[in-house]
Write a protein that binds this ligand. Structure first.
Ligand code: ADP
Ligand code: MG
Length: 172
């Protein structure tokens, strides 16, 4: 589809390195702690990049109810959890296009009173809301991760918190 989402033109980009699992956990915890209802975190990167691991870290910042453990929702496509605010964890890996998301009605969750986290969000790029935080995770040969964030202004204060902990390796 030749449709270009608006975030490519309006979003700031910010890149930093996760050198360890601990870095990813601190990053994710920060994302959970500062999450607000209606936030949508879009996670992309190859298999094994760390999307599910990052979501588990986000959950620690949301303070999930006892006994709630984040697992990969690949087959179910969506799991809902209960924390400070609800967490809607989606995985679009097995979907062919955004039409599948619309048919399942998952797009309605983007506008509910919780945090949406989507693995493989680019599968449904054309129906994502304008105000997203896009998180691209690139796995390097030395097992570090280069993380690139693109976001609309509603995430500015969150990005400020992240930049305090992770200095940018590149900013555009
Ligand atoms: P995905 O959901 O992107 O397919 P997973 O989160 O399931 O990836 O798997 C990532 C694997 O890489 C996990 O086993 C995790 O422990 C490991 N890992 C090692 N270093 C890191 C890091 N810096 N960030 C995230 N995951 C890491
Ligand atoms: Mg995964």
């Amino acid at each position: 589809m030749a449709y270009l989402p608006s975030f490519y033109t309006i979003m700031e980009s910010y890149t930093f390195k996760s050198k360890s699992l601990t870095d990813t956990r601190i990053f994710g915890h920060t994302l959970g702690l500062h999450a607000r209802a209606g936030f949508v975190y879009c996670l992309d990167g190859d298999l094994g990049a760390g999307k599910t691991t990052l979501t588990q870290a986000i959950a620690t910042g949301l303070n999930l109810s006892d006994g709630e453990y984040i697992s990969s929702p690949s087959f179910a496509i969506m799991h809902e959890y209960h924390g400070e605010i609800p967490l809607y964890h989606m995985d679009f890996y097995r979907l062919y296009s955004s039409d599948d998301v619309l048919a399942l009605g998952f797009d309605e969750y983007f506008y509910k009173k919780g945090l949406t986290v989507i693995e493989w969000s680019k599968r449904a790029m054309d129906i994502l809301p304008d105000d997203i935080l896009s998180i691209d995770i690139q796995l390097a040969e030395d097992d570090t991760r280069t993380i690139t964030l693109r976001s609309s202004p509603i995430y500015n204060s969150l990005l400020k918190e992240i930049s305090k902990k992770f200095p940018p390796t590149h900013s555009a």
